[in-house]
Every structure is written in structure tokens, then in C-alpha cells.
Design a protein around this ligand. Structure first.
Ligand SMILES: [Zn+2]
Ligand SMILES: [Zn+2]
Length: 144
């Protein structure tokens, strides 16, 4: 429990915990404890502001690195499935986010590539769809 000795540096939040707090990876209890300390301690309050600023610029540079390095990029098969609209909602959202919000040039290029490669396959697929449509249309017409 936090006593009123919170001005005592020994009670202060260490940097690692403060980082986890800002990142939101602490348990609710820990997070509450850190929050009440940060609010009552000038030193940690200031530190908290600094860490928060750091994290913000860090996560910005992380998304830049991701874009540049292709880390977090969906696998080519996922992109294919995305194009074929056969992904689950969450996966599709992730890919969508990656392509539009992060605007990953690598994946967008990849997607164009897959699209071009698939167009032949796709026209075959469309043919089979057309064929099935024709069949069901004639079945429908026969019924009526
Ligand atoms: Zn403190
Ligand atoms: Zn990507």
C-alpha cells in the first residue's frame, strides 16, 4: 500500500514500471497504484510526462521502421486471402489498417503484384461463376 511517504524516493516508481504504465501493460491494481503515486509525487509526475512524450515519439518511429523494414507485414498468402475476401473480420481489418492507415508501400506494391498475377486466375474464376450463374438462371427459368 502507498503511505503518505510517497515523496520518499524509495517509494518512487522505477522507470520500467512507469514505462509499462504509460504503455498500459500493467494490471489494473498496479496501474491504479502508479497513478495515485504519479499524482501525488512531483518527481514522478514530471518523469511520467517525459516518458509519455518519449513513448509517443518512439511509437511514431516504430511505425516508420515497420513500414521501412516490412516488420508486421502480413504474409503474401494473407494478402491473397484479403484480395479474395476470404479473411475473417479481424484479419481483414488488420490488413486494411496496414494498407491504408500505415499505408505500407511494400504491401501495397505486393498487393498490386498479386492482383496482376491473379488476373489470369481470376478471369478463369469469373468464367466459372458466369457458368454457374447461367446454370442457375436456366434452372430458374425452367422452374417458372
Ligand atoms: Zn515518486
Ligand atoms: Zn506491409
Amino acid at each position: 500500500m502507498f503511505s503518505k511517504k510517497s515523496k520518499n524516493p524509495e517509494d518512487c516508481i522505477d522507470r520500467g514500471t512507469l514505462l509499462s504504465y504509460v504503455e498500459g501493460s500493467l494490471s489494473p491494481e498496479q496501474s491504479d497504484a502508479v497513478q495515485s503515486h504519479v499524482e501525488s509525487c512531483d518527481l514522478c509526475g514530471r518523469f511520467h510526462g517525459e516518458v509519455e512524450g518519449e513513448i509517443k515519439s518512439l511509437s511514431m518511429s516504430i511505425s516508420l521502421v515497420w513500414t521501412e523494414e516490412g516488420i508486421s507485414c502480413p504474409h503474401r498468402d494473407i494478402l491473397k486471402a484479403y484480395l479474395a475476401k476470404s479473411l475473417s473480420g479481424g484479419e481483414a481489418d488488420y490488413v486494411e489498417f496496414h494498407l491504408t492507415e500505415i499505408a505500407c508501400q511494400f504491401c501495397n506494391a505486393n498487393l498490386e503484384d498479386i492482383r496482376a498475377l491473379d488476373s489470369e486466375e481470376e478471369s478463369r474464376y469469373l468464367d466459372s461463376v458466369r457458368e454457374r450463374l447461367n446454370q442457375s438462371t436456366s434452372a430458374f427459368l425452367r422452374k417458372n
